[in-house]
Design a protein around this ligand. Structure first.
Ligand code: SAM
Length: 218
């Protein structure tokens, strides 16, 4: 496959500015900011739209889906408190941009996408960029039980509720970050597994995600 990936001073400069924008918006975790500064987000865009790649906006990636807004990616990642070597399940691979951010932080990433076209693209583009993850095609609303437990689980699509089955796949001390709400807006929810049967749930800011579609979802 012929990809044309160029990362020159224009893109590097724009990326630095994006990091400063996120810092001003309240992202304080330097490791997360540094990861945003490293991942070439324009590689996920057609070259015609490279000027859009470092704006703090979501953008269509085909099949009715979007690459998440950088602020949203940084916000969710910050909540995960990734430590090097963490086993992370990402539900909704989409473009693969969030996957790269997690990999830059030293996580081992298991990522699942339900749309074949997006899955087929990411399994080629990420390795081409030098990023290695475990890719899966299927319904992630049920998690990915065969590789559980995970230190962290991130859901990058809006869910109607927190799927019980996902909670069971968290390690003790593990964190789930999931947007929960209706079709229009969702609250960012974190659930920490504090014991075998104990979970602590916190509701945070409001976002707008594409829907999580599946057995334990819409
Ligand atoms: N983090 C991604 C990125 O940076 O590009 C954004 C992903 S997009 C906002 C949400 C993704 O979740 C879409 O690609 C969608 O197809 C996927 N999705 C929705 N329901 C899903 C499910 N049940 N299992 C797996 N993926 C799902």
């Amino acid at each position: 496959m012929a990809y044309k990936f160029v990362d020159n001073y224009r893109e590097k400069g724009a990326r630095k500015q994006l990091v400063e924008t996120l810092r001003k918006r309240g992202i304080a975790d330097e490791a997360v900011l540094s990861a945003v500064g490293k991942v070439p987000r324009h590689f996920f865009f057609d070259e015609t739209f490279w000027t859009q790649a470092y704006k703090d906006i979501a953008f269509p990636i085909g099949d009715g889906q979007t690459i998440s807004q950088p602020y949203t990616v940084a916000y969710q990642t910050e909540l995960l408190h990734i430590r090097r070597g963490d086993k992370v399940l990402e539900i909704g691979t989409g473009s693969g941009y969030q996957t790269c951010i997690l990999l830059e932080l030293g996580a081992e990433v298991f990522t699942i996408e339900r749309q074949t076209n997006l899955y087929n693209r990411t399994i080629k583009v990420l390795p081409y960029m030098g990023y290695q993850a475990h890719f899966f095609l299927g319904d992630g609303s049920k998690g990915l039980p065969q590789y559980a437990p995970y230190h962290k689980i991130i859901v990058t699509a809006g869910a109607p509720f927190v799927p019980e089955i996902m909670l069971k796949q968290l390690a003790i001390g593990g964190i789930l970050v999931i947007p929960v709400g209706d079709a229009k807006t969702q609250k960012m929810v974190t659930v920490i597994r504090t014991g075998e049967q104990d979970f602590e749930k916190i509701e945070l800011d409001t976002f707008r995600f594409v829907p999580l579609v599946g057995d334990q979802a819409w």
